[in-house]
Design a protein around this ligand. Structure first.
Ligand code: DGJ
Length: 725
């Protein structure tokens, strides 16, 4: 009894301390709130030490008054190294005098509102001993519930200082458990999803590849807090770094179970010298918080992406026929004119001529020669690109072209004429990947060269309506003649130089659609996508593989940005291939002249359907209803913002003997509306018959509470429903 009483007294005492402190000290603490419609990220300046702390991240609070006093939990907004921080820092640098420590104290903050949706908060921090300033930027997108963070480091010391760590964002979490979902892969195996619980210590997801930097790891993650989240439940952060180069996400759980997440450029082999008076700006970390699972997090990201993340995200897209899979390097003018005819015949918008059209001294007839010599190959294209543009025009279709302007084959005139424009070690053998080397974009002459390749081509043939920009290798044995003694700047300067070339191009060609490609999905991020209309997700177009891959991309990237082509990969039916490609930006890379009359009709009809529904698919809300990671099928749906139209895609991947599938409850509809279900893309391949659901009418309420029979149990079959009010 005595013991119990003592415990009670202690408890009351403890409570009164933690309750009274914030009230008495809150007045002295400065609170800085970055808020969206549903999310709050709150910082406080400690009255005790003048440092900036993260006080809260989660669902938006009605009031921030009761948030506890900061300072004791170590949740520094941007932890430094060299003073008292015991864990991974967000920033580490060495001053001119060799002192390796940095202390950051709050100086001031300001907020601007460029428009009704966006707020930018800047928080200025400074070292009391040295003229080094760090500004934290927090840009909130109110309606989309997305927050973007980046940092500027300005140094006013007399000589250069060296920064070793320079994160874009540092976030803190206090939870029972943390679950990390990551996306990894390789060529033709992009976006494989893996989820695991974080344990004490550090887990890093990163890239060290320099160029084609996302070949093995895509710079995206989900972090579920307390419990594993699923599509509709759970607290989760979806985060991504907008950076075409080496990135790092670092997750560290300390001895108290607190988690810090540090996101930014990979500090690996990348110490950077900042000259006096200069500013170092990090790329953006972009994230959204959802307390209703991953589905809402994705929809937030998609809404943000179409408005702010990708080029012309609300604009139209052309559906294309590509020749890579059908001709590879083997084509000539008559064959290409035939493909223009096929583009027209199918009802497509643009023909995209892929690799192999250029170079004369070392013709580009395979991947061993010609890269870098961007003149039309006279044997293949005697009348130049202009002729193909005109032929396309005559047929009422557009013409597009493939380039890979950052690269060079050793067998090329470019290599012969400009050996110092190429990244390679002066005293070691060259190391090739796909028989090529990377150009040294840090050199302004090379930047001009790349700009002129594109600008020259568009000036000479102004009718070119589409570009595919490829990047087929990572950096190895890399050394820049231009950077001299600043070799550790390479990974950073390369990306910033790429962006400056793209900036220049976009000033002159603001809306020209350009597909971002990197030997498939080796470069997919929102730093780069602001210059690109869409991206080539993978060279693997086998539709079974694609169901998983597109599922993975759909977590972070909107359907309008993911290029899905119908090709000869995979032995599945043309219908299955078409239905899978349709859940993103559909295109073709097939021998149109080898299609049977029936297949041609089916495809022409599917293209008409796609054009009718593409607005819902590209700009509607995505609901992932059945995961291929959990069942032998995948079901996704898109719903228009007015909820008067939806498209439901059902893919049966496999089935066990006697297996039947449950009805699928739809989401996102208006319960009060009545919807008609119509199966589209109907093909009787394999004796398939029309779904019994087709033609029926249900209320939105019924469809969301009882559901719909979604597709057959036969392996590798698919059903697409158009759902109309
Ligand atoms: C890699 C791309 O992913 C392919 O689609 C194709 O464009 C080839 N490069 C061409 O070399």
């Amino acid at each position: 009894m005595k013991k119990l009483l003592l415990l009670l007294v202690l408890l009351i005492a403890a409570n009164s301390v933690s309750m009274s402190q914030p009230q008495s000290n809150n007045k002295a603490e400065i609170t800085i709130a970055a808020e969206t419609q549903n999310t709050g990220l709150i910082y406080k300046v400690s009255s005790a030490d003048g440092r900036l702390y993260q006080s809260y991240l989660g669902s938006r609070l009605g009031s921030t008054d009761r948030l506890p006093q900061t300072g004791n939990d170590g949740h520094l907004a941007y932890a430094t190294f060299g003073t008292d921080n015991l864990f991974e820092p967000a920033i580490r640098l060495t001053h001119t005098d060799g002192n390796p420590s940095l202390e950051l104290k709050y100086i001031s903050h300001k907020t601007e509102k460029p428009d009704a949706n966006i707020t930018i908060t800047q928080i200025l921090l400074k070292d009391p001993q040295y003229p080094v300033e760090v500004t934290l930027f927090i840009k909130t997108y109110f309606a989309q519930d997305v927050i973007e963070q980046w940092v500027e480091i300005i140094q006013k010391e007399e000589k250069p200082i060296t920064i070793f760590n320079y994160a874009s964002s540092m976030l803190h979490f206090d939870a029972k458990k943390y679950w990390l979902t990551q996306f990894h892969g390789d060529w033709a195996e992009e976006m494989k999803m893996a989820e695991g619980e974080l344990t004490s210590g550090i887990k890093i997801i990163d890239s060290k590849l320099g160029s084609r930097a996302h070949k093995f790891q895509t710079p995206v993650f989900f972090l579920s807090i307390n419990e594993k989240s699923n599509e509709n439940n759970g607290e989760v952060i979806a985060g991504t770094l907008g950076w075409a180069g080496n990135f790092q996400f670092l997750f560290e759980i300390d001895e108290k179970g607190s988690l810090r997440v540090i996101s930014g450029i990979n500090p690996f082999a990348s110490e950077y010298t900042i000259q006096p008076g200069k500013v170092f700006k990090t790329p953006s970390f972009i994230f959204t918080y959802s307390n209703q699972g991953k589905g809402l997090a994705s929809r937030n990201m998609h809404r943000w992406a179409v408005n702010y993340g990708i080029l012309d995200g609300n604009g139209p897209r052309m559906i294309l026929l590509n020749n890579w899979e059908t001709t590879f390097f083997n084509f000539d003018e008559p064959k290409l004119v035939g493909l223009l005819d096929d583009t027209k015949k199918m009802g497509l918008d643009v023909f995209l001529l892929d690799d192999g059209w250029f170079a004369n001294k070392y013709p580009r007839n395979d991947d061993r020669a010609g890269l870098g010599d961007w003149q039309e190959n006279k044997a293949k294209l005697p009348n130049g690109l202009g002729y193909l543009v005109r032929e396309a025009d005559k047929r009422g279709v557009k013409f597009g072209i493939w380039i890979e302007p950052e690269m060079v084959n050793p067998k090329s005139e470019l290599y012969e004429n400009h050996p110092d424009w190429i990244l390679k070690l002066p005293n070691r053998p060259e190391h090739y990947d796909r028989n090529q080397l990377v150009l040294d974009l840090t050199n302004p002459e090379v930047q001009n060269f790349v700009y002129n390749v594109v600008d020259g081509m568009l000036t000479k043939s102004p009718g070119i309506a589409f570009i595919k920009w490829d990047c087929n290798r990572m950096m190895t044995n890399a050394y820049s003649v231009f950077l001299k003694d600043k070799q550790s700047h390479l990974y950073i300067d390369y990306v910033n130089s790429l962006y400056s070339v793209l900036d220049r191009l976009r000033q002159k060609y603001p809306k020209l659609p350009i597909m971002l490609c990197s030997g498939g999905g080796g470069r997919v991020d929102y730093g780069t996508l602001r210059y690109f209309s869409d991206f080539w997700a993978s060279d693997n177009t086998d539709p079974l593989e694609r169901v998983y891959m597109q599922w993975g991309y759909s977590y972070f990237f909107p359907a309008i940005s993911v290029c899905n082509h119908i090709t000869s990969w995979g032995k599945q039916s043309l219908k299955f291939k078409t239905d899978v490609a349709m859940m993103g930006k559909m295109g073709y890379d097939i021998q149109v002249n080898e299609l049977t009359e029936k297949e041609l009709k089916f495809s022409q009809n599917a293209i008409i359907n796609y054009k009718r529904l593409s607005d819902v698919i590209w700009h509607g809300d995505l609901y992932r209803l059945v995961s291929p990671y959990e069942e032998n099928r995948a079901v996704v749906m898109y719903v228009s913002s007015s909820k008067n139209k939806a498209v439901l895609f059902c893919y049966t991947l496999n089935s066990r003997y006697g297996e039947s599938f449950n009805k699928v409850k739809l989401q996102g509809l208006d319960p009060a509306k009545t919807y008609k279900i119509q199966e589209i893309n109907i093909s009787n391949e394999g004796g398939r018959f029309i779904s019994p659901e087709s033609g029926k009418t249900y209320s939105g309420d019924y469809l969301m509470k009882v559901g719909l029979n979604a597709g057959s149990a036969n392996p590798l079959t698919s059903t697409v429903y158009e759902i109309s009010e």
